[in-house]
Design a protein around this ligand. Structure first.
Ligand SMILES: Cc1cc2nc3c(=O)[nH]c(=O)nc-3n(C[C@H](O)[C@H](O)[C@H](O)COP(=O)(O)O)c2cc1C
Length: 202
């Protein structure tokens, strides 16, 4: 009898988006992974994904995104990991790097509010994640962190900058090593609501 991707934990096959239209392979192949291997992430790899992020569009080219990162095994990695909520800590501890994604809330020129800053951080993150997949690196964004703890650990001046999310980055590992409920989540196919519920032709 043939074994299925679910039985063999072939997460690349399980997680690839089943699309109706000819969506780019890199977009289909990205997912929010939780099973990371102990293969380290290099500074070169990290700077490549950050540079990809930096080429995202932004309102008035303000580039409000900011990134701080720590490699696994460093004191800062432990400090960032401490800021994560319990639902993220068990699997994020195996990431090759933890990244803090933030944005500048004021416009550079006039110190007025930048109403697009969160949008633009998201644009940059999308670029980052797509570039990462092309390099065999998977990312998992996390809004589940203790904002007060992270602001304090990173000495964030919240009048000018706000933390948006954390990001775990790593090479894929065996999901079999994950505790539940994370194992099940890692071997469950991804879903999206039908396109007509999102898109309206006028
Ligand atoms: C801003 C943001 C915050 C998120 N926070 C968390 C989180 O704290 N923990 C988690 O496991 N996943 C988190 N996710 C991942 C989403 O749950 C995931 O993107 C969504 O379920 C779709 O799955 P996919 O990315 O594998 O397609 C977050 C995603 C985004 C964009």
């Amino acid at each position: 009898m043939e074994t299925t991707a679910l039985e063999t934990h072939d997460t690349r096959a399980i997680k690839e988006a089943r699309t109706t239209h000819a969506v780019l392979p890199l977009i289909r192949q990205r997912w929010s992974a939780r099973a990371f291997s102990d293969r380290p992430i290099t500074e070169e790899e990290l700077h490549t994904v950050f540079e990809a992020a930096s080429w995202a569009p932004s309102a008035m080219n303000e580039q409000p995104w900011r990134y701080r990162y720590a490699l696994r095994g460093t004191p800062w990695f432990a400090a960032l990991w401490e800021c994560l909520l319990p639902g993220n800590q068990p699997w994020a501890q195996n990431a090759g790097a933890l990244v803090v994604c933030s944005g500048l809330v004021l416009l550079h020129k006039h110190n007025q509010p930048n109403h697009s800053w969160q949008h633009d951080v998201g644009m940059a993150n999308a670029n980052l994640l797509t570039q990462a997949v092309s390099m065999g690196i998977y990312g998992h964004l996390m809004g589940g962190f203790d904002h007060a703890k992270a602001n304090s650990a990173l000495s964030i001046d919240t009048t000018t900058e706000e933390l948006v999310c954390f990001l775990a980055l790593g090479h894929l590992g065996d999901p079999g090593g994950l505790p539940e409920p994370f194992l099940t989540r890692e071997i469950t196919p991804r879903t999206r609501r039908p396109l007509p519920e999102t898109v309206t032709a006028l």
